[in-house]
Design a protein around this ligand. Structure first.
Ligand SMILES: *[C@@H]1O[C@H](CO)[C@@H](O)[C@H](O)[C@H]1NC(C)=O
Ligand SMILES: *[C@@H]1O[C@H](CO)[C@@H](O)[C@H](O)[C@H]1NC(C)=O
Ligand SMILES: *[C@@H]1O[C@H](CO)[C@@H](O)[C@H](O)[C@H]1NC(C)=O
Ligand SMILES: *[C@@H]1O[C@H](CO)[C@@H](O)[C@H](O)[C@H]1NC(C)=O
Ligand SMILES: *[C@@H]1O[C@H](CO)[C@@H](O)[C@H](O)[C@H]1NC(C)=O
Ligand SMILES: *[C@@H]1O[C@H](CO)[C@@H](O)[C@H](O)[C@H]1NC(C)=O
Length: 492
């Protein structure tokens, strides 16, 4: 089977280049010897064919009818786009040549590009869409808004008809798409990427999705999914990205997730997950980001965490029953860690000095817990630490950080609401922490006139409302993680 790819979206700008190549091969072919000449004639023959390849008429009609379903009956491509894959491509449609004929290979519906097809107020899926058997990628972006005409489901559609080729299926920002994710999606055996982001889907996740063994990306965030995470998902060993954040999922994190050994990103935040972190999670040696925040997890931090040597971002904030302490983990094994957010996780006990072995740490969020003891002075020796949240704990004693540390962290150092805690530094005074009583006089010194920098230092924290989750420079870290993830995806 012959297979050559020219995306129709770029076809018009590419034409001069195609002609250039045609001309180039033609000239070389006629000037050079027979061997080279023979070879280049074949080349020019096939590239000429790509430009002028006809489109199967049934394929063309199926494309027009499928698009009409989304953009409205008024639309008829036969005038505007007599050659939708060649000379007059439709924005959002790409084609490939198979056996001398054009077939639609990618279809993107919704305002992605400037001239993209906009959806009507009551778009529908027509069966013609599923006649586009050579589709490898299908995406819907802001197409199905919640409309007065009633919500649309994808449950009864003949997805199996796209099973031979579809590799990527995306629904982004379609609040009008409701109902369940159908088990029939499991027929799409070639699927590498399933993105279901910010739609109106609800119900339980079908266990059959666990049959899509080629999946590398599974994003189901921002819908209204409920019920347990099927344990069969742990068999999707090619997964690089799992994001089920911001749903209503309950139950525990499946033990089988320890089998997702290729995983780079695991985001289950903003659900109602309960129970312990499975020990098997220590098998995720390549994981760079784990966000389990805003759940109802318990059981505390245990040693399997320290096996995850690639972790750069670990967020467990706002699991108030999580509990445990910071002494059960050998922190020196998590050398890649840049963000550690344990805000509001019910932590008790002291802050171990060994946490300062985290050389790359930029943000340490320990606020809103029940930590006790004196914060180790060594925390201030972490070279990259730029935000440290210790507020609302039961810490006591004297803060032993040098002035340079307060200057570096400024309002990203928080230690207020620790009744027993006091400070000694005179230049930059941490917000909300009282000055230690001078041992000889037994009374608190009144602080002198503040310089403007220090006034700034005082004012800023009062404007900050959150407990730390939003305050650190997650942008930088996230960008770096994205680069890693993007690189891997490009490679794959
Ligand atoms: C090259 O073009 C000729 C007609 O000009 C056609 O018969 C032949 O099948 C083409 N070869 C290929 C490889 O497409
Ligand atoms: C578009 O219009 C032509 C004639 O105007 C008609 O033959 C064709 O069936 C129409 N296509 C669709 C998809 O409605
Ligand atoms: C983990 O990452 C390394 C290097 O990036 C890679 O060689 C290895 O195959 C990955 N492990 C798994 C289980 O994917
Ligand atoms: C959180 O989990 C505990 C059990 O660990 C349960 O009793 C409680 O109801 C859960 N809270 C919510 C809000 O679901
Ligand atoms: C922590 O891990 C490091 C490196 O793996 C090791 O050298 C050290 O002995 C461990 N510390 C403890 C207390 O287990
Ligand atoms: C705070 O810590 C002190 C010891 O420093 C302890 O006696 C007290 O019970 C703790 N308070 C709470 C509420 O945990």
């Amino acid at each position: 089977m012959e297979r050559a790819q020219i995306p129709a979206i770029g076809a018009q700008p590419m034409l001069p280049f195609i002609f250039f190549f045609f001309f180039f091969f033609f000239v070389i072919g006629s000037l050079s010897g027979s061997c080279l000449g023979q070879h280049t004639e074949d080349e020019s023959n096939s590239s000429a064919m790509e430009v002028t390849a006809p489109m199967d008429s049934r394929q063309r009609e199926a494309l027009y009818s499928a698009i009409q379903g989304f953009v409205g009956k008024w639309w008829n491509g036969s005038d505007l786009y007599p050659d939708p894959c060649g000379w007059t491509p439709i924005e959002g449609v790409s084609c490939e040549v198979y056996d001398g004929l054009w077939y639609v290979s990618r279809l993107s519906v919704g305002p992605i590009y400037e001239n993209s097809l906009r959806c009507t107020r009551n778009p529908t899926f027509t069966s013609h869409l599923f006649d586009l058997r050579r589709l490898t990628a299908l995406s819907f972006y802001k197409c199905f808004s919640s409309s007065p005409h009633g919500a649309v489901t994808i449950s009864d559609l003949p997805w199996e008809r796209l099973s031979r080729n579809l590799e990527s299926l995306e629904f982004r920002l379609n609040q009008g798409l409701t109902g369940a994710i159908p088990a029939s999606l499991s027929h799409l055996r070639q699927l590498r990427s399933l993105i279901v982001l910010e739609n109106g889907f609800a119900g339980e996740l079908p266990a059959e999705i666990g049959n899509l063994k080629s999946l590398k990306r599974l994003v189901l965030s921002g819908n209204r999914f409920t019920g347990r995470i099927p344990s069969g998902f742990g068999g999707l060993t090619n997964l690089l990205i799992v994001d089920f954040s911001r749903n209503g999922l309950s139950g525990s994190i499946p033990l089988t997730f320890g089998g997702l050994t290729s995983l780079l990103k695991l985001d289950l935040s903003g659900n109602n997950l309960q129970g312990f972190l499975p020990d098997e999670i220590g098998n995720l040696k390549n994981l760079t980001l784990m966000d389990l925040g805003r759940n109802n997890l318990s059981g505390g931090l245990r040693s399997p965490i320290q096996e995850m040597g690639s972790l750069r971002v670990l967020m467990l904030s706002n699991n108030p029953k999580f509990g445990g302490d910071l002494t059960g983990v050998n922190w020196s094994n998590l050398r890649s860690l840049e963000v550690l957010d344990l805000t509001n996780t019910g932590l008790t006990g002291p802050i171990p000095e060994s946490i300062s072995d985290l050389n790359g740490l930029r943000h340490l969020g320990l606020g809103c817990n029940s930590l006790s003891g004196t914060p180790p002075a060594k925390l201030s020796s972490m070279p990259r630490l730029s935000s440290l949240y210790l507020n609302r704990n039961n810490l006591s004693g004297k803060l032993m950080f040098p002035k340079s540390f307060y200057r570096r962290t400024r309002w990203r150092f928080r230690a207020e609401d620790n009744p027993g805690l006091c400070h000694e530094a005179e230049v930059a005074i941490p917000f909300g922490v009282k000055q230690c009583l001078l041992e000889f006089s037994g009374r608190t010194e009144v602080v002198g006139k503040m310089r403007s920098e220090e006034e700034d230092f005082y004012r800023k924290p009062q404007l900050e409302v959150s407990t730390g989750y939003r305050n650190f420079d997650v942008g930088l870290v996230a960008r770096e993680v994205l680069v890693v993830v993007a690189t891997v995806l490009i490679i794959c």
